[in-house]
Structure formats: C-alpha cells, structure tokens
Design a protein around this ligand. Structure first.
Ligand code: NAD
Ligand code: TYD
Length: 350
C-alpha cells in the first residue's frame, strides 16, 4: 500500500496523472490536493471520482500550516507535485501569484517533507514536475538537455526555475529523495482554453478570430499529455534519487504551421469548406519577452527508462479536436465559468 499526494490534480496534466495512477495502481491510495483556482476543474476527473482508492482534498499549497497538518495526518509515502500557476501571459500580468504558488508553495511542501519524513528519507519520494521553459529560448538550432544552464525569461519560467533549485537544494542539503522532470508543451483533452491549442479550437468552432502572436514564427515542441503522464509514472517509479529527466515529443512546430494544420483538421471535422477556418487567423501584438524556440532532447529518458512518445502529432491533434467537439458541455462550462459550481454540487453536500 502506497499513499501518494498528487498536487494540482484537478488541472490539465494533473488530472491525467491522477487518472493514470488511480486506475493503474488500485493498491495505491491517491490524494488529489488542489485549491481549485480558475484552472482547477473537478469535472476533469468525473470518471474516477468514485474510485475507492481516490480522495480529493481542497487546500492551498501556499498555506504552510495547512500543508504541515495534512502531512502529519496522512503521512504520505510520496508526493507528485504539479500544482502551479502555469500560464505565461498571466505571469506577465501578475508575477506575484506565480512566486506565491510556484516558489512558496513548493517550499511549503518541501518543508513538510523535511519535517514529517525525517528518519525515513530513503523510503519517501518528492517528484517535482517542471517545464522546459526554465532553460530559456533556443535559436534556430540545438536542443535542451538535462545539463543546459537555466536561463528563464518570463515570470512563469523564473518561478519554475526557482522551485527546481529549491527541490535540488533540499536533496543536497537534507538528503530528501527528489526527482525532477522538465517537459515541453503538452496538448490533449481537458486543457484550459487559454493556452494556444484549446483556445484556437474553441475560437474556430465559434467562428471567432484565432490570435497568433507576432509573426507566428515561435517554435514549440508538442507532446501528447498522456505520454507525459506515462513518463511521470516511469520516472516516479524508476529514476534514481536526485535525477532530472527531460521529457519531449521530438515534435517541433512553428505556431503558424500548427494553426494551419489545426484549421484544416477543424474544416474536415466540422464539414466546412477547405480553407475557411484559416480565414479566422489574426496576427496580434507579440507577447513581451516571447521565447523564440523550445526543443527537448529526451535521449536520457528514452535510453535509461525506455520511454518513447506513443502518438504522432497529426493523429494526436485530430484526437484532441474530436474530444473538444464531443465534449461541448465541458468546453461550454469552462468558457462560461459554470465549472466553478461543480465542486459545490459534487463535494460540499457530503
Ligand atoms: P494547470 O494550470 O492546468 O493546472 C494547475 C492546477 O494547480 C490547477 O488544478 C490549480 O487549481 C492547481 N493550483 C494552482 N495553484 C494552487 C495552489 N496554490 N494550491 C493548490 N493547488 C493549486 O497546469 P498544467 O498545465 O496542468 O501544468 C501542471 C504542471 O506541469 C505545472 O507545474 C506546470 O508548470 C507543468 N508543466 C506544464 C506544461 C504544459 O504544457 N501545460 C508543460 C511542462 C510542465
Ligand atoms: P501557450 O499555449 O501559452 O504555451 P507557452 O507560452 O507556455 O509555450 O503558447 C504557445 C505558443 O503560442 C507561444 O509561442 C505563444 C503562442 N500563442 C499565440 O500565438 N496565440 C495565443 O492566443 C496563445 C495563447 C499563445
């Protein structure tokens, strides 16, 4: 029996990780710790919310005494930490929220691990889920490896870089068993429609302009979210203590090329005239400090732990579009804000 706290489990990637662990490891007890910000949506986990090895705990990782109480009561065997403020554009508007959750929140969890796992550090594991954005921006060539120097540019990536440093410092200083992974851009179901792919799907569906920042020449390396969850599973169970793994899809796309591909898939799925969705593409003012290119070298993960991405991008993107079109209610609830009442109706009456 292993008891795990997964933080941020109501979010995009967290919900896929929670679902994977709850269904694949019925012998584990999974606690989803999430404070349900605008990005947290328990409807993402509707299918497994009644599972006997799953529990949701509503709580904020910025609250150190709450985190200590939770550790004292639950004495978890491990933490998989995904809770974060995750949107670069929001970090440009309000950096402090990113410092609070991504830095202070992570340190609160580490402090609880340090205190309540004392004497047992070798048997407990703190897995910190991070991003490739900590490495900064690439030019036309090259890839991020696990030894690339940190060079974050946005308040989001600076806060994630800071949290990575704290996680390593608690390993080096106190001997806590930590692992870190840095992943490229994810796509797939249950993605909040403020990020490029779900935002574009929603806008194309509703015949609204599709905003492309700058000239659309920035490059991202896209990975299907379930492949990320699979990587987290294998790293959590098999990585050596203190190790870092890069996770990526070897799948680089210029934003504008990706949007054109998405437009053609949407034309097809919606039965529209070829070329009609592309007419919605609208170039808008560039993001401040916009990183030009991200590309991940995941050789270490592939060679050491045998992980490889399972899905080609064209297939994954088509599957993703289908999911959004088939889950209109989810999308409408998220865009209207109605999803916020889901917690009240499902959880507070118990
Ligand atoms: P998300 O924004 O969809 O979800 C974040 C979740 O964290 C939400 O459920 C939210 O309610 C919760 N949360 C936020 N602040 C909290 C707090 N103070 N206390 C408790 N819960 C809180 O994010 P995501 O895209 O699923 O990303 C998850 C993790 O993966 C993050 O750490 C992010 O940095 C990392 N990551 C994301 C991507 C990506 O492409 N989305 C890529 C690489 C790494
Ligand atoms: P995003 O999904 O916000 O992820 P990140 O900034 O973490 O990479 O953005 C992906 C890329 O798409 C990034 O280069 C910014 C760009 N972008 C647009 O062109 N238009 C949009 O409306 C959004 C949200 C992003």
């Amino acid at each position: 029996m292993m008891k795990l706290i997964i933080t941020g489990g109501a979010g995009f990637i967290g919900s896929h990780v929670v679902r994977r662990f709850v269904t694949k490891y019925p012998e584990y007890e999974i606690i989803n710790l999430d404070c349900l910000t605008y990005a947290g949506n328990l409807a993402n986990l509707k299918d497994i919310q009644g599972a006997s090895n799953y529990r949701f705990v509503k709580g904020d990782i910025t609250n150190g005494s709450f985190i200590n109480d939770l550790f004292r009561e639950e004495l978890p065997d491990g933490v998989i930490h995904l809770a974060a403020e995750s949107h670069v554009d929001r970090s440009i508007t309000d950096p402090t929220a990113f410092v609070m959750t991504n830095v202070i929140g992570t340190v609160n969890l580490l402090n609880a691990a340090r205190e309540f796992w004392k004497g047992d550090y070798a048997k407990k594991r703190f897995y910190h889920v991070s991003t490739d954005e900590v490495y900064g921006a690439l030019g036309e060539t090259g890839m991020f490896t696990e030894v690339t120097a940190y060079d974050p540019h946005s308040p989001y990536s600076a806060s994630k870089a800071s949290s990575d440093h704290f996680v390593r410092a608690y390993h080096d200083t106190y001997g806590i068993d930590v692992v870190i992974s840095n992943c490229s851009n994810n796509y797939g179901s249950h993605h909040f429609p403020e990020k490029l792919i779900p935002l574009a799907i929603n806008n194309i569906k509703n015949n609204k302009p599709v905003p492309v920042y700058g000239k659309g020449e920035n490059v991202r390396d896209w990975l299907w979210v379930e492949d990320h969850a699979r990587a987290i599973d294998v790293i959590f169970h098999e990585a050596k203590t203190g190790e870092t793994y890069n996770i990526g899809g070897h799948n680089e796309w210029k934003n504008i090329d990706l949007i054109h591909l998405l437009c053609s898939i949407m034309d097809q799925k919606l039965g529209r005239e070829p070329g009609s969705s592309a007419k919605l593409i609208t170039y808008v003012t560039d993001r401040a400090g916009h990183d030009l290119r991200y590309a991940i070298d995941s050789t270490k993960l592939q060679q050491n732990l045998g992980w490889t991405p399972s899905l080609q991008f064209e297939e994954g993107l088509a599957k993703t579009v289908e999911w959004y079109l088939e889950n209109e209610e989810w999308l409408n609830n998220v865009t209207s804000g109605n999803y916020k009442s889901y917690y009240e109706t499902q959880y507070t009456d118990r």
